[in-house]
Design a binder for this molecule. Structure first.
Ligand SMILES: CCOC(=O)c1ccc2c(c1)NC(=O)[C@@H](C)N2
Length: 116
């Protein structure tokens, strides 16, 4: 089956993305920000990112290292911190995701190092 073709790195990338997305219980990072709902979003954010886009990139083998996944995770958080004012739920959720995600990424990096 095709599933058996996954490399250890792809398995680790998928598992890490799943763990990161689990921390987004409200699923506010699950899909691209809706530009019809938020028409000025691209005036502030040059490179939108979200978990569904990250998953598509992962399945397309666009991430060949954990660091590449981390760049898009950090972009997702940074966009939210930039666009949303400090006193918003969105901004608070990004700080929380950043902190919870940091622990997940540090653990994944140790695994990546061990699996070579
Ligand atoms: C249906 C209306 O949805 C939104 O306005 C909205 C929905 C999701 C959002 C968001 C806005 N803004 C953000 O910065 C990211 C984190 N998520």
């Amino acid at each position: 089956a095709l599933e058996l073709q996954l490399t250890p790195m792809q398995v680790l990338l998928r598992s890490t993305l799943d763990q990161l997305q689990e921390k987004d219980a409200g699923q506010i990072f699950a899909q691209p920000v809706n530009l019809k709902e938020v028409p000025d979003y691209l005036e502030f954010i040059s490179q939108p990112m979200d978990f569904s886009t990250m998953r598509s990139k992962l399945e397309a083998h666009s991430y060949n290292s954990l660091a590449h996944l981390e760049v898009d995770f950090n972009l997702t958080v940074a966009n939210c911190l930039l666009y949303n004012a400090k006193d918003t739920l969105f901004h608070r959720a990004a700080l929380r995701l950043r902190d919870l995600g940091g622990a997940i990424l540090r653990h994944a990096q140790r695994q990546a190092h061990n699996t070579g």
